[in-house]
Design a protein around this ligand. Structure first.
Ligand SMILES: NC(=O)c1ccc[n+]([C@@H]2O[C@H](COP(=O)([O-])OP(=O)(O)OC[C@H]3O[C@@H](n4cnc5c(N)ncnc54)[C@H](O)[C@@H]3O)[C@@H](O)[C@H]2O)c1
Length: 203
């Protein structure tokens, strides 16, 4: 199997690349906008892993890279809500990923959307039966991505899945301790994975 991970030097993408590399050939595409090379340092010599420094807005690059792929894990985005000006990356970039997948015959795209598409509803946990109500430019880009994904699925038969991640955190003591302080919780939240990655958010 050959998998592509966009945003693969980022927090979620690099964890994904780690796991995929155990069984698949993995190509990571990332322009290091917010990701860090050190997140994949240990993968750079891995025989199954290739790192391409480039942008998902570069359709020619995507079309050179996607042939032969069995699936795309599309994580690249400008993720911060306040810095959400990025229609170019979050929307145009996602459409480029879908176009290149179609043109290169890639059968499946799994993409990161966000629970922010549901707006500020107090209902928890959020679920797919809820009406979308994006309240930030970032959420609008993610909801538009989902609409494009459905259209590409309906028109071209690409299987598309959009994740509604909500506040993915690392499992390090400092994070949980500060969370406990802020939320006044007495026990630790459910913690999946080994928490080896560190997240640094600039904005
Ligand atoms: N972390 C969360 O809590 C959370 C919650 C909901 C949704 N998401 C979504 O999950 C995905 C991954 O989030 P993350 O937390 O790992 O963020 P991150 O910033 O760590 O990773 C995003 C990656 O995308 C890369 N990138 C940005 N623009 C690019 C471009 N033009 N071309 C190629 N690569 C580009 C960045 O360099 C970075 O490595 C994003 O799509 C985000 O919107 C994350």
């Amino acid at each position: 199997m050959r998998s592509i991970v966009t945003g693969g030097t980022g927090f979620i993408g690099s964890n994904l690349a780690d796991t995929l590399a155990q069984h698949h050939d993995v190509v990571i595409i990332d322009n290091l906008a917010t990701g860090r090379r050190e997140n994949i340092e240990h993968l750079l010599d891995h025989p199954r892993v290739t790192f391409i420094e480039g942008s998902i807005t570069d359709l020619d690059l995507l079309k050179e890279t996607f042939p032969g792929a069995d699936g795309i894990f599309h994580q690249a985005a400008i993720p911060s809500v306040p810095r959400s000006a990025s229609i170019e990356v979050n929307m145009d970039g996602t459409v480029s990923v879908l176009v290149a997948a179609k043109d290169c015959g890639v059968p499946a795209v799994v993409a990161a959307s966000s629970s922010s598409v549901y707006g500020d509803t107090p209902v928890l946990p959020k679920h797919e039966g809820m009406a979308p109500n994006p309240l930030s430019p970032y959420a609008v880009t993610k909801f538009a991505d989902e609409c494009y994904g459905k259209v590409f699925s309906d028109l071209y038969g690409i299987r598309t899945v959009f994740q509604h991640d909500q506040t993915v955190l690392e499992c390090r003591g400092a994070v949980w301790i500060s969370l406990r302080k802020v939320l006044h919780i007495s026990s630790f939240p459910d913690c999946r994975g080994r928490g080896r990655k560190r997240r640094v958010t600039a904005g």
